[in-house]
Design a protein around this ligand. Structure first.
Ligand SMILES: [Zn+2]
Ligand SMILES: [Zn+2]
Length: 353
């Protein structure tokens, strides 16, 4: 197999050749056909996540050792099975759910693997999809992508389910005449604008500081768009919604967007925090009881979310997002372009010739 690996944190990836991995026990070997390049890969490549206030989490402190193969958005063909592998057959075309827990602790046994403290996430803890082959711990993490192009299906395993999972958390707050404000219509927020009509009731308003993204959101069916950097942005939402949003999702996660998200909620409203921009924002303690508001965090999504999203896409209810396909050998260039911003239109998907 060939893998594009981090040899030194933040330095260009290098192609390395290894013997093809042998699947053991319940493991499944996939031949990778598409691997999405996610913005979080830029941070993994650097070797740390910035928590704001000068604090960082390093990948090394989480047990990640170099050389390391990134790539958590993986689609491919089943190429080999461990002796106890189940659920898939050699030749199946599948996407891999990457957010895998240890499989042994109490939350994993309850099926809540996202809450596991010892995750085995593909491409962030275990070797991922920037390679010709990858080992997946169990066949149940592999779902057929039939009817959906592989590259697109690969992006559903991260950005797609992140958007859907956040949208699902607002379902209980939205009736047909209520308003959902999506803050930040870039990568994941943009996916949420695409998925929202299929996933939630209510009318979608998009807040973004970029006029082009606001125009795209109107084309996608947003009933109104607002420049959240405008001095009267909150007032504009109050007018457009007739008294406040029933729910909002913050796909940016900066102190400013969180403040905006709290201020636009009506009584009983809910804000879902998704973006990882970072920083801190003080919130009045009395606003919680007075507004009876809820703030909930949402991180990626569950295996069920992925099943649901694939079903929605297969039914033609989710329009495809723009993709840019590049050869796997250009992984470093794709990461650099994402890091510098601007040069990438839509999601980048790597493929192996
Ligand atoms: Zn991702
Ligand atoms: Zn666990």
């Amino acid at each position: 197999m060939r893998a594009m690996q981090i040899i030194e944190w933040g330095k260009p990836l290098e192609a390395r050749e290894y013997p093809d991995p042998e699947p053991k026990d319940e493991e499944v070997l996939l031949r990778v056909e598409a691997a999405g390049v996610c913005h979080s890969d830029v941070h993994i490549w650097d070797g740390f996540f910035d928590l704001g206030g000068g604090q960082q989490i390093s990948l090394e402190s989480r047990g990640v050792r170099l050389p390391f193969t990134m790539g958590h958005e993986i689609a491919g063909e089943v190429a080999g099975l461990g002796p106890q592998a189940a659920g898939v057959a050699v030749g199946d075309k599948v996407v891999a759910y990457p957010w895998i827990g240890c499989g042994e602790c109490a939350v994993c046994r309850k099926g809540e693997e996202l809450l596991c403290l010892n995750p085995r996430t593909l491409g962030t803890r275990r070797a991922g999809g920037y390679a010709t082959h990858v080992i997946v711990p169990h066949g149940r993490y592999l779902l057929p992508n039939e009817g959906i192009p592989q590259g697109l299906a690969a992006t559903y395993t991260c950005s797609g389910i992140t958007a859907l999972s956040a949208l699902k958390k607002t379902r209980g707050h939205l009736g047909t005449d209520d308003h959902l404000v999506i803050i930040g219509a870039g990568g994941v927020g943009g996916s949420a604008v695409h998925i929202a009509p299929a996933a939630v009731s209510g009318k979608v308003i998009v807040a973004d500081i970029d006029a082009q993204k606001r125009a795209q959101a109107r084309q996608m069916g947003a009933v109104a768009t607002i420049d959240n950097a405008a001095p009267d942005a909150v007032k504009q939402v109050m007018e457009a919604t007739g008294g406040g949003a029933a729910a909002a999702i913050d796909f940016v996660g900066s102190p400013k967007t969180m403040e905006f998200g709290v201020n636009i909620l009506r009584k009983g409203g809910k804000l879902v925090m998704v973006g990882l921009y970072g920083g801190a924002h003080p919130i009045s303690t009395v606003l919680f009881p007075f507004k009876m508001m809820t703030i909930e965090g949402s991180y990626v999504g569950t295996l069920e979310d992925l099943q649901e999203l694939l079903a929605l896409a297969r039914a033609g209810k989710v329009p495809p997002i723009p993709l840019e396909t590049r050869p796997a050998a250009e992984a470093s260039a794709a990461l650099s372009d994402l890091k510098s911003g601007g040069k990438v239109r839509g999601r980048v998907v790597l493929h192996h010739q």
